[in-house]
Design a protein around this ligand. Structure first.
Ligand SMILES: *Cc1c(COP(=O)(O)O)cnc(C)c1O
Length: 396
């Protein structure tokens, strides 16, 4: 006999200002509470069809194969690779951050010959270095890169890399987990063959879904595979026959999460993508000015800095874990620590979705102004908030 007390669920409020998840709009939470429908109910099918239309608008694509995979961003990554890659294919991967390295690892597990383009953490990939790697192989099946590297805070310019993929007749696979909904992602205009994201970053939904889109060229390659995809669960052909014409059962759709995504996308379309990107830039510029006014330094130089995720270097002697714990316990604010080579050296501050707002920026700066002196780094009182408020203008 195993016993467990019926301990009530207790969920404190948090400002989720880390690398994801981000806070969820009340309308999204409310949508999640609607009763589940069966996965073949015609009413549900109509909801799915409209969800797919909204996903196409979000990715800026006409791709028929545009769906939401039932899992987190990593499942989106695995889906893209598992479907486009067959054993022995050469995959050139940008490895200048934690998630680029994860993509390389997944490609290896699916039997690819992985050719990493190693780059410095905190800088974008150099297209010339990518081309040097691509030229070494008679045939590169896939060029895979991360658009918004959440481990470093770099926004990778994609168009030069898309041009390379075209020139070498490779498929172009892009991790847009942290960029989609926060920065421009132009799947058709830039010529991306496979692009995936996650519900809990700039889309402002709970974690658990990975939107993904595949170009007709990518679909053709999948259609010509010599063997079926190894993983039954991520086989896009099977998913497409559920989301597309035949409505064949493959798995039970996580209906309530998809309701949440539906409402989250509706909020995005109501705001407008351009306005949303501008809101993310505006909040980020205010945060950067505030952090710099406190005497803090940012890891990534301005031209490549990612608005929705800022990596700030911790001053010598300030304990990263102590600072994050005080932010959480005393201010209810979650921020991220460093991954890999940046562990213990940085804070990662996310302003994603509804958190790209004056209230999030000013609350965080107020908290840092209070905590940093206590942890051994004196700051000019009020300077961070004042610098940010100036850029946020009226209402701040
Ligand atoms: C968060 C993230 C992922 C992984 O997403 P999960 O939802 O945690 O599985 C992949 N790539 C990037 C760039 C991310 O920021």
């Amino acid at each position: 006999m195993v016993e467990a007390a019926a301990v009530p669920l207790q969920v404190p409020f948090r400002w989720l200002l880390g690398p994801g998840p981000s806070n969820v709009h009340p309308r999204v939470l409310q949508a999640m509470g609607a009763p589940p429908l069966g996965y073949l109910d015609p009413h549900w099918i109509a909801i799915m069809d409209h969800l797919a239309r909204m996903l196409r608008a979000l990715f800026r694509t006409r791709n028929p194969l545009t769906i939401a995979m039932p899992g987190t961003g990593t499942l989106g990554m695995e889906t893209g690779i598992a479907n486009l890659v067959e054993e022995g294919d050469v995959v050139v991967v940008g490895a200048n951050g934690f998630f680029g390295e994860r993509m390389a690892e997944i490609a290896r597990r699916y039997g690819a010959v992985v050719a990493p383009v190693v780059g410095e953490w905190g800088k974008p990939l150099d297209p010339e270095a990518v081309e040097r790697e691509m030229r070494k192989h008679p045939k590169v099946k896939v060029l895979a890169v991360v658009h918004a590297e959440t481990s470093t805070g770099v926004l990778q310019p994609l168009e030069p890399l898309a041009a390379l993929a075209r020139r070498y007749e490779s498929l172009f696979l892009v991790d847009a987990v942290t960029s989609l909904g926060g920065s421009p992602v132009e799947v058709d205009a830039w010529g991306i063959d496979c692009c995936f994201s996650a519900s809990q970053k700039c889309l402002g939904c709970p974690p658990g879904l990975a939107p993904i889109t595949v170009s007709p060229r990518g679909e053709e390659v999948i259609g010509k595979r010599s063997r079926p995809v190894r993983s039954f669960y991520v086989d896009l052909t099977l998913h497409h026959s559920y989301w597309g014409g035949q409505r064949l059962y493959h798995h039970t759709a996580p209906v309530n999460l998809l309701y949440a995504l539906y409402e989250g996308l509706r909020l995005i379309l109501e705001e407008g993508l351009e306005a949303r990107w501008e809101r993310h830039r505006r909040a980020a510029r205010a945060l950067w000015a505030g952090l710099e006014a406190l005497g803090l330094r940012l890891l990534v130089p301005e031209p490549w800095r990612l608005p929705q995720l800022t990596t700030v270097l911790l001053p010598e002697g300030v304990d990263e874990r102590g600072l994050r714990q005080a932010l959480r316990e005393e201010w209810g604010i979650e921020v991220g620590g460093g991954l890999g080579s940046l562990r213990g050296r940085v804070l990662r501050i996310g302003l994603m979705g509804m958190n790209a707002s004056p209230s999030a920026v000013l609350t965080l700066l107020t908290a840092l102004e209070a905590l940093l002196p206590r942890l051994g780094f004196p700051v000019p009182a009020g300077a961070g908030v004042a610098a940010a408020a100036r850029l946020l203008g009226a209402g701040a």
